[in-house]
Design a protein around this ligand. Sequence first.
Ligand SMILES: Cc1ncc(C[n+]2csc(CCOP(=O)(O)OP(=O)(O)O)c2C)c(N)n1
Ligand code: SF4
Ligand SMILES: [Mg+2]
Length: 289
Amino acid sequence: MTTDVVYTPNTYKNDLKPVWCPGCGDFGVLNSLYRALADLKCEPHDTVIVSGIGCSSRLPGYVETFGFNTLHGRAIPIATGVKLTAPALKVIVVGGDGDGLAIGGNHFLHAARRNADISFIMMDNEIYGLTKGQAAPTTPVGDKTKSTIYGNPEAAVDPCALAISFGASWVGRSFSGDVKGSTELMKRAIDHRGFAFLNMISPCVTWRGDDQHKQIRARLRPLPADHDASSRETAMRLTNEGGPITVGVLYENKQPTLVDEMLEVRWKAQGEKQPPTKADILQQYMPTF
Ligand SMILES: Cc1ncc(C[n+]2csc(CCOP(=O)(O)OP(=O)(O)O)c2C)c(N)n1
Ligand code: SF4
Ligand SMILES: [Mg+2]
């Protein structure tokens, strides 16, 4: 007799209580992720969540899958290594804007360029939260922070514009206060073959003010009804918008992934003429636990 496993958000919860400040946007990200994993029926033992260091990077500890809280800025290369070693695993990177765009910006670039088979859910609070409020690459120009007391002199980057121009094959944006919408976008990102980047706008109530939730919500816009997500040019028009923040799948395409390319190299090196099929890959690389 076979028993059908039931997957619910509770499947992925553990006993560790998040230590985020009350009202932190990261709670919404975590709840969306529980739901996305349940809807996708991700096996906890076939799923790995990798992070760097930061408030947001605490997230793997709160999810009942495999997890790795690595070094500040180094989640992406470690996740890429996990995926190349065991391609049958679902590998998800989570972390902050400082982690992903400042100290880890080089890894972001190359993972996108290589179409590494990982999804990167970046919790963007426009600040370094854990270290008490220094300006980050997404802090708007002119904003006062602990490290820019006269106003931030640097222009902010739009992470989605970076991801699209670096060559990411899936790029989306969401707001942590919209758990339903974020769950759907996370499912698409996690299911995507190749490098998927989800810019999760996730307010920091402590260092960006109680108002950040309200201010961001007022700027949210859905995708235009005729949006063509296969066009890089069209997607780019929905970045660096200044006032409005467009949420949804901005860009999506299909192209060979890093695992495809590496397996082909390996097959060639072994003298085989045919590239591997998906079945070959899974058979050779299924995790052994
Ligand atoms: C190599 C290294 N440099 C700097 C730090 C200090 N540090 C820890 S977290 C962090 C920034 C956190 O900001 P972000 O990645 O945006 O995450 P958040 O806390 O906002 O979620 C910094 C600079 C560190 N831990 N390691
Ligand atoms: S400092 Fe900001 S990002 Fe960190 S837990 Fe508190 S509200 Fe969240
Ligand atoms: Mg941050």
